[in-house]
Structures are given as structure tokens and as C-alpha cells.
Design a protein around this ligand. Sequence first.
Ligand code: 4AD
Ligand code: MG
Length: 429
Amino acid sequence: MEFITVQEAIEKGKGKVHLRGWVYRERKSNAFAFIVLRDRTSIIQCVVKKEKVSPKLWEQAESVLIESAVELSGTLKEDKRAPTGFEVEVDDFKLVHKAERFPITKDQSTEDLLDKRHLWIRSRELTTVWKVKAEVLKACRDYFATKGYFEVTPPIITGSSCEGGSTLFHIDYFGEDAFLSQSAQLYLEAMIFSLEKVWALTPSFRAEPSKTNRHLTEYWHLEGEEAWMDFEGLVEFEQGLITAICQHVAKHCREELKLLGRDYRDIEKIKAPFPRITYTEAIKMLHKDGIDIPWGKDLRTIEEEALVKHYDKPLWVTGYPKEIKAFYMKDDPDDPRVVKCCDVLAPEGFGEIIGSSERETDVNILIEKLKKAGEKIEHYDWYLDLRRYGSVPHSGFGLGIERVVRWICKLDSIRDAIPFPRTIKRSTP
Ligand code: 4AD
Ligand code: MG
């Protein structure tokens, strides 16, 4: 007989089944051993009755501890008291690996659980997050494919900074200075001159000095760049992407979202068009709400939270002051104080999920901006060449995958949106 998954067994509902997985829970008495079996799909209660099996088999069943690996066969029957509504009466049982006493018990501190992360990633909640994350990634890939984008592979080790020096991780590269990439953007910009529409999913690194529930020092960055695309095209592309992700997840992850305490309808209603305001309008709204922030200052978490309270969909905030944005963003010809950029803020206070802009195409303006930012021009020589040989209007964006997963899965911390979180205090396991 072939193994089937626990979910397939639940759907089958009756008859003989052959299952394998790990012991999720166990409870034993003199006559019975109850084993809740877990696999990638679900959990199911299994019962071994002493009187029905051989002494050798009983001895094995009786000795299992949580997270032991087992294979078993038995007969399914409905049982309303069992956690997923069915029970398997076991007639054959093989202990593939008898686990030691599992080091994770109830009521462990967050730090203890992070120390045991390599084991805790099997928990039902985290397993569910990984499933949703895989669907988020699938939706992104599918979206780029429908838009005719090419997936490309930019470098991680770089010599130039994309997002400013303060969050750069420095590495000693055979005695030379190099950095871990903060963003693939500059390389994607280079690649549009061959492929026009490109995207990449890469780890990005930020030496974030603070401990928050929305910052990782290593996160997965989804970035796209398109030649000939103007600012309005960019906003439309992003709206389509967020819609595609939410519609896909709401359709394919209903059970997962429920298990995580997220009503799938919260996600299903996320469809374009989305609300859109300028930074200047945002400042006015904040003043109306009694928040005292001068024009020109970047929005912090508290300001973002106050803004998104007015909406139940992601919010597109455009036209930030150029002093607080990166050198590569294009000046707005209609308002010299601001750039043609756009941040997307997730609803419910989950924070910025996308940073994006139309790019500056003029080599002299770029040089001026780099100088103003205190950057060494020679580090950007190669990038400036892109404005010397066939410069064209173009735009692009970066989306933080874990930010999106945290929002969709309604997670307290971004740490639970990535299997092995790297934060200011943690680079292991
Ligand atoms: O806004 P950021 O810094 O923009 C860029 O890096 C651009 N070069 C992207 C581009 O246009 N190609 O970062 C983009 C997104 C943010 O909106 C946020 O979602 C995520 O990356 N992000 C982080 N996610 C987790 N931990 C951090 N420390 C993050 N920093 C940024
Ligand atoms: Mg940003």
C-alpha cells in the first residue's frame, strides 16, 4: 500500500490508510496509546490498542515521545472528539526514529524558542506561515510572468551602497572593502538595457541597529525594474501586484489563514484601485489628527500607523521630500521639493511594504545628488555609465516579502515570517 498524506486520509474518511510523519502529541494508558500524527498537510489522531496488536508493536507504540518519526497503517473512522474529526485504529506501526525528550515545552519564552528555532519551525503555526509564504512567492512569480518580465540574478557582494551607508554590512573582501547588498536595484537598472523588464528575489541585508517587530537584518527582497515605465505605470504595476498576491492567497490559503487567526475576507477585499495620497496631504492629515510633524521629516512608525487608520486597504503615499529619499529618485518637475517616489503602507499598522520610484536619468543630476549624499563618485562610475549609453526613462520598486507575509498572516513579529530570523542580537541557529 502507498503512503497518503494526512489531509488525503481526512478527505478519504474511511477504509485502510498508510501514513507517515511525526508524533505531534501522545497520551498513553495501560490499554491505549493515542498518537496524534503530523505531516506537512495536517494532523490526525491514531489509536493503538494493546489487545489488538502484538506485544512488540505495543512496546514500540508505548515508548514514543513527541517528534518521533513513525509509519503506520490502520483503519479510518469518523470521531467527532478527535482534533480533525477522524481517528485511525492502528494495526501496524513502525518507529522510524525514537525521538529524545523534546526540548520545547509549553510556556517557553520567545528567546528560548528562538534558540530552538531549528526545531520550532515544525510547529503548526510556523508550518502554516511557510505555506502562505510559498503561495505569496508563487503569486509574485506568476504576476511577473504575465507581465513579460525576466527573472535575473544580481550579485549579493557589492562595492556601492544603494540605500545609504548607515545600514550597510561591511565585509573584508580579500583586503578590499565590500558590502552585502541592501537592494538589487542598481544591478536591475543595468539589466533593463538588455531585457527591459526584469525582476529578482534576493536576500537584502540591513544593519538595522534597533530591535523592532518589522525589521530584520536579512530579508527577502522582491524587486522589479522596467524600461520606459513612468511613475503612473509604476503605481499601476504595484497595485496589480498587491491585488494578485492577495487574491491568490485568499483563494488558496483559506484554511491556513483561519489557523493563523486571519479572516480570509480581510485579504480577499484587497483589490485595486487603492487609496493614494501625497506626502504633503499625509502631513496635513496628521496635523488634523493632532500629530505634530513638520513638513520635510520622514514618517515614523507612529505617523504611518495614524495615517493607515483612515483606510482598510494598503495606502500609496507619493511625493516625499527629496532630502529624505535616495539619490536615484527622479525630481518631480511639478514640485521641485519632492521626488517621484511612492511608499506603500500596509493596513492595520503593519508598516511599509513597498518602496519605489521613477529613476533619475540625467547623469549630471545623479552626480550632484551623490555628492550631496556624501558618496564617493568613483564607487558609482559603472552605474553612471548607464546614463551615458542610451539612458531611458524607467521605474522600479522593492517589496519586503516578510513584511507582506507578516501583514497577511497577522503576525505579531516579522521574525515569524522567516524560518531563521537574523536580527541585531541573533545570527544563529
Ligand atoms: O524602501 P527600501 O529601502 O527600498 C529599496 O531598497 C529600493 N532600492 C527598492 C527598489 O526600488 N528596488 O526597501 C524596500 C522594501 C521596504 O518597503 C520594506 O518592505 C522592505 O524592503 N524592507 C525590510 N524588510 C524587512 N527588514 C528590513 N530591515 C527592511 N528594510 C526594508
Ligand atoms: Mg523605504
